[in-house]
Design a protein around this ligand. Sequence first.
Ligand code: HPA
Length: 275
Amino acid sequence: MEKKLESAHRFLAQEIGRTPRVAMITGTGLNAVTEALEVDARIPYAAIPHFPVSTTDGHRGTLAVGTFAGKRLIALEGRFHLYEGYSAAEIALPIRVMRLLGVTHLFISSAAGGLNPRFNPGDLMLITDHINLTGKSPLTGPNLETLGPRFPDLTKAYAPDLQRLASAAALEERMELQKGVYAAVHGPHLETPSETRYLRLIGGDAVGMSTVMETIAAVHCGLKVLAIAVIANVNRPDLMEEISLDDVITRANQASPRLARLWGRIMNLTEEGPF
Ligand code: HPA
């Protein structure tokens, strides 16, 4: 693992030059977020040593470096999921490489299904905490001591100061921002009505198949995480409707300009620099 990290790091350090402090991951149907990026360089994942390549519809599979809302960032356009067959450690690799490059903040967008009955499709939800139901951890195996501790604390996995910043940004944009707990499942199958009821009962406000491996890997290596989910569909266990990936992508795309506006304001308010 360490050798792979080093060679991916070496390659990107040469390509990127001065590294931004913020990296952003965009998920299903959320590519429009990075369309507002003034791109300096765009590198296909396939060209980066040991980077996985995403196989899901709606995911681009490129790393872009550029300026967004006046600040430089790295955009990871397209991500990797357990259900594609990647190991948790493979999903963690790009995050760890970000850390080696000097990134300090990881901003995550993803699409999710709503469990909270007060949510509506198209809502944006600030992730305040998660429940990892995937049965996996990116930290399985020997600990990479140079990156972080064996038993990282997750009591503040989603940085409270960044959450406050996101709430302030939403207020300034006069945008409603829901808050809640993200329950992570392995997928790729969607949930049965009984699973949906269970996820709500144990405290989930939204359910999705990403975000959590990345967050755990990021917290382990000392990155501050801010994550926002687009509620693509709302699942009600007693009135369960069929969910299609096309609908999820359509909803996520519809929410994309609003999400881009919110991220832009968050970038504006993010003071820790130099970016
Ligand atoms: N369940 C799991 N993942 C999802 C959903 C869902 O309903 N919608 C978008 N991603």
